[in-house]
Design a protein around this ligand. Structure first.
Ligand SMILES: C[S@@+](CC[C@H](N)C(=O)[O-])C[C@H]1O[C@@H](n2cnc3c(N)ncnc32)[C@H](O)[C@@H]1O
Length: 258
């Protein structure tokens, strides 16, 4: 990956920064929410799977390895696509995971092109109703859409809300569990099931659980190796610490009627 200039690192959103320092799991519930999502997914070796906003392709690689399914992994950000392709190659699953540029609001795939469509922590950054409808459109009848989103586990203090939505993730909006069910229901999904849990991606415990000890040390090594990484981390961590007690994830799983 080309080395970013210091001012480019300062401007990265937290998720792209996580990718740049080599973090593999980049969504609110960490591996726990991916496990909850995959528990609800009906994936077999024959499934056509689409992972939208795939980030560095950690879940796409896991699906290819675990189920032997073919996965199309799309993201809008070049920095994520580069990382995703490198991770797919390192995992030697190029034959089962195709990485491509794609926009959740305007997918290039035909109606009903996939059996299982996944979007972990993506819909919440964009026009959620349009994104949910687009995910549902490319899902075959009888197939599933499964998504992970943020929600407030408990009402945030005004300071926590301002720090997270105003500074860490400007433009992000939150919905309640009922709102997410309504949004995906209005997109055309039935039998909607939800599961919620805490945000642990940036706690010490969650970081270690998601990345493993050896890889956590490697990520921290990359942070220490550049003053620009250290400055970004020093800006991010105290802000995250204010919001973490109030943050949670929700996994929404629904079926497109046949
Ligand atoms: C929080 S990260 C989640 C990455 C990945 N799904 C994961 O769970 O590790 C959000 C991802 O959505 C991507 N993204 C944002 N807007 C998008 C859009 N309009 N279409 C496709 N991907 C988008 C970002 O580039 C980023 O990779």
């Amino acid at each position: 990956m080309p080395k970013l200039a210091s001012d480019e690192i300062q401007r990265l959103d937290p998720y792209k920064f996580m990718a740049v320092i080599g973090k593999r799991v980049i969504h609110p519930g960490g591996r726990a929410s991916t496990a909850a999502l995959l528990d609800r997914a009906r994936i077999t070796a024959d499934s056509r799977v689409l992972d939208v906003g795939c980030g560095v392709a950690t879940t796409a690689v896991e699906i290819a390895r675990r189920y032997g399914a073919h996965v199309t992994a799309v993201d809008i950000a070049p920095v994520m696509l580069e990382r995703a392709q490198a991770n797919v190659s390192a995992a030697a699953v190029e034959e089962r995971v195709a990485v491509a540029e794609g926009d959740i609001l305007d997918l290039v795939y035909g109606d009903g092109a996939f059996d299982v469509v996944i979007a972990e922590a993506v819909t919440m950054f964009v026009d959620r109703q349009r994104a949910a409808s687009e995910l549902t459109r490319v899902t075959a009848g009888g197939g599933q859409v499964l998504a992970t989103e943020f929600f407030w586990r408990q009402p945030p203090t005004p300071q926590a809300k301002e720090v997270f939505l105003g500074q860490v993730c400007p433009g992000l909006e939150f919905d309640t569990v009922d709102d997410w069910v309504r949004i995906y229901g209005a997109a055309g999904l039935a039998d909607i099931d939800t599961v919620t849990g805490p945000f642990e991606m940036m706690t010490a415990r969650g970081f270690l659980a998601d990345e493993g000890f050896g890889h956590s040390v490697a990520v921290m090594g990359r942070v220490m190796a550049r003053p620009a990484h250290l400055r970004k981390m020093a800006w991010l961590m105290p802000r995250m610490a204010k919001a973490v007690p109030y943050l949670g994830y929700i996994v929404v799983a629904g079926t497109k009627p046949a």
